[in-house]
Design a protein around this ligand. Structure first.
Ligand code: ARG
Ligand code: ZN
Length: 461
């Protein structure tokens, strides 16, 4: 339409018609492309909460091809004319919102969805995405790989902090927690292990389908669908927890004596931290030499090799600290890693090893130039530092200083109140500080300021 004509049109429009026109072109209401995490600005998305993910996957380790269908049940937290999912790599072959086809485009890790009609605030809606391709990992700021990591007989699947989006479309930030169903089909002879309880396993026409359910809320980064040739062991603990261990034959001999201790480790941790948070537990011991870490995938940690006992204690302590009680920001990562590391110290102390004091003293003896003092654990400074030594070791040292300051009774009371009070939810460092002060009746701001936030080696406490 030529400019002049349009001007004429507006000029002849009555005020009533103008109002109608504006109403028809209601303001765009787009969900933000991140949840505002300073370390990972594109992680997660604004405008909705995912209640449930229903993932149907088929994986062929031979060709490394994945077929996927994700059905997300979500609720809009604002009016939405458009929203994003995090999804990187794989080809999207179809997308519907409710029953209607929706327009979408890819923009880096953002899958931008425009539903046919706007979603109203509070509305419950479903998004179905079908997809396919050869998934691969993302490279994290520290150079490590996470996401779908192919192995010689399947895939090691671990998503901290970003990798979930390499294998399913997600609201990929721990702020958003959801329940999950997984239906995974692999060639007969391979095992697909996800989170939660195994609901069924069926083999037909040379393929086996595993159905898993993670009922308690889970952050996307803690989801797994690890595939391999595994030996499987299943049993129920005295506390009624369903244990499923899957072990690569090449790691079986080394893993066996450690996995045998899992029930007693879970019992010990439950005594210390409060009731185990999930109905399922276990281990996935893969043979993945290119990975270099284990991850506390919810209800069932995944290990890149046979773990030692300390690592088993660490990953299972994360079930309370990190999995059940989730971060709201990656900056608070010491709430995960400092706590899981301190659990290792406590385990050693109570099982004939070094005392936590000895572990603390050995670290404290390190010179001011050591990487341990490179940055303060409460403020790692960037996503590249979240798995750095200070987060784990000085994070644990912070808890030890807290313990010696408030005494054992208050300290273990704080740990239990933290895990119990934030169960299936979230916690921030500020909330932990307030809780510690409340339980101990002591003013602790100086302690946390020094140990969590002040650069350099602190004075001896
Ligand atoms: N949270 C894991 C642990 O138990 C470490 C994960 C490391 N992830 C990575 N992408 N480097 O300590
Ligand atoms: Zn850890």
């Amino acid at each position: 339409m030529p400019k002049a004509a349009r001007r004429t049109f507006v000029l002849v429009t009555t005020p009533v018609a103008l109002v109608a026109l504006i109403g028809a072109a209601a303001p765009a209401a787009t969900g933000s492309k991140g949840v505002g995490d300073p370390y990972f600005p594109l992680a997660g998305n604004g405008g909705y909460h995912v209640e449930h993910y229903d993932l149907t996957l088929g994986y062929d380790p031979g060709t490394r091809h994945l077929d996927g269908k994700a059905v997300l049940t979500a609720r809009a937290t604002q009016r939405l004319t458009r929203f994003d999912l995090d999804f990187k790599g794989l080809t999207v072959t179809g997308l519907t919102v409710g029953h209607a086809k929706a327009a979408f485009r890819r923009d880096g890790q953002e899958l931008v969805v425009t539903p046919r009609r706007a979603l109203s605030k509070g509305e419950r809606f479903s998004v179905t995405v079908t997809y396919k391709g050869k998934p691969g990992p993302v490279k994290d700021p520290d150079g490590s790989l996470d996401g779908w990591i192919p192995t010689d007989d399947g895939a090691f699947v671990a998503g901290e902090p970003q990798g979930a989006m390499t294998w399913f479309p997600a609201n990929n930030h721990p702020k958003d927690k959801s329940s999950y169903d997984f239906t995974i089909t692999v060639p007969k002879g391979r095992t697909a292990v996800a989170n939660g309880v195994l609901r069924s396993q069926r083999t037909t026409h040379g393929k086996t389908t595993f159905r898993w359910r993670q009922s308690e809320p889970m952050a996307a980064y803690l989801a797994t669908a690890t595939v391999g040739k595994f030996k499987v062991e299943q049993f129920t603990t005295r506390d009624g927890i369903r244990v499923y261990n899957a072990v690569d034959a090449r790691e079986a001999a080394a893993a066996a004596p450690v996995l045998k201790k899992l029930p007693s480790v879970l019992e010990w941790e439950s005594k210390l931290f409060g009731r185990y948070p999930f109905r399922a537990a276990g281990s996935i011991v893969d043979h993945a030499p290119n990975v270099g870490y284990a991850l506390e995938t919810q209800s069932r940690p995944v290990y890149d090799r046979a773990p030692d006992l300390s690592t088993l204690v660490h990953e299972n302590a994360h079930q309370w600290f990190g999995d059940s009680v989730s971060l709201t920001s990656w900056k608070d990562i010491w709430l995960n890693e400092g706590f899981a590391t301190y659990a290792e110290w406590l385990y050693a102390e109570q099982h004939g090893g070094d005392s936590a004091q000895k572990a603390f003293d050995d670290l404290y003896a390190k010179p001011a130039s050591d990487e341990l003092w490179e940055f303060p654990p409460g403020d790692p400074g960037s996503g590249g530092n979240i798995f750095g030594t200070p987060v784990y070791a000085r994070g644990a040292m912070t808890l030890h200083v807290l313990r010696t300051t408030v005494g054992d009774r208050a300290f273990f009371g704080i740990l239990r109140a933290w895990a119990g009070g934030h169960r299936d939810g979230h916690g921030t460092t500020a909330q932990f500080e307030r809780l510690a002060e409340k339980v101990s009746g002591k003013k602790l701001d100086g302690l946390f300021k020094t140990w969590l936030y002040t650069p350099g080696k602190p004075n001896r406490p």
